[in-house]
Design a protein around this ligand. Structure first.
Ligand SMILES: *Cc1c(COP(=O)(O)O)cnc(C)c1O
Length: 229
């Protein structure tokens, strides 16, 4: 096993332990291996070790890397976890199985249009998570917590989108648990089952607070260099 594969195994074991510690079934927590900025050669060993869910931040980068990897591993599930520009909605809907960063009406409209086009051509619709800016940080994507209920309703009723859950990225310099708890509260009152929360540094806390999807990059692939894409 190479270093990446062995770090991957360590993360899997830690997730399983965190789930059991709070009486959750380990299968209820899905690990998304965040491979952004890492080349195909770094991703291969993790695919070979059995991982199938991967997260990418940049549409362009994912389009360059994943088609070839997917030919080798057709059951791969690709998650877009980075901000999405409306003019990339078509490419994102074509490539990704799950989009975690829906956060504004213009994007909801663009996604609804591209999903309708894809479904009409016999394709499948990606699952959608709404990103909530729980820390109300100006530089970060996501709807504000106070606007979340209205936005979820608009996505469902005005744009006809099926929403799977919510996603958040807590502020870097704050304890994450209050943010995870807030996300869960918003999800519960809107009847949403999916909670995409928890990264390398805090996935234990996220699992305790109900995460269904944890997004782990550094703990598997090591430190990232300069982002590409
Ligand atoms: C990069 C990224 C991650 C992974 O972060 P690590 O700290 O490397 O585990 C998770 N979620 C999002 C939205 C990211 O951009």
């Amino acid at each position: 096993m190479n270093d990446t594969a062995s770090r991957y195994k360590t993360v899997c074991a830690a997730i399983e332990r965190a789930a059991r510690d709070c009486d959750r079934a380990p299968d209820d927590v899905r690990l998304i291996a965040v491979s952004k900025t890492h080349p195909a050669e770094a991703i291969g060993p993790v695919l070979e070790a059995g991982q199938r869910d991967f997260g990418e931040n940049y549409v362009q980068e994912a389009m360059a890397k994943w088609p070839a990897l997917r030919q080798r591993f057709p059951e791969t599930v690709l998650h877009l976890i980075g901000p999405l520009q409306s003019n990339k909605a078509r490419e994102a809907v074509e490539l990704f199985d799950v989009i975690h960063s829906l956060d504004r009406a213009s994007l909801a409209r663009a996604l609804a249009k591209e999903i309708a086009r894809k479904v009409a051509n016999g394709g499948g619709a990606p699952a959608l998570f709404i990103q909530v800016n729980t820390g109300e940080e100006p530089q970060k994507g996501g709807v504000l917590p106070l606007d979340a209920d209205d936005f979820i309703r608009a996505c469902r009723d005005e744009y006809g989108l099926e929403i799977s859950g919510l996603m958040c990225i807590p502020p870097f310099d704050e304890p994450p648990s209050p943010h995870f708890a807030l996300l869960r509260k918003i999800a519960e009152r809107n009847g949403l089952a999916g909670l995409s929360m928890g990264m390398s540094a805090d996935f234990d806390a996220a699992i305790q607070l109900g995460a269904t999807h944890v997004r782990v990059g550094t703990a598997i692939f090591g430190e990232r260099g300069t982002p590409s894409g």
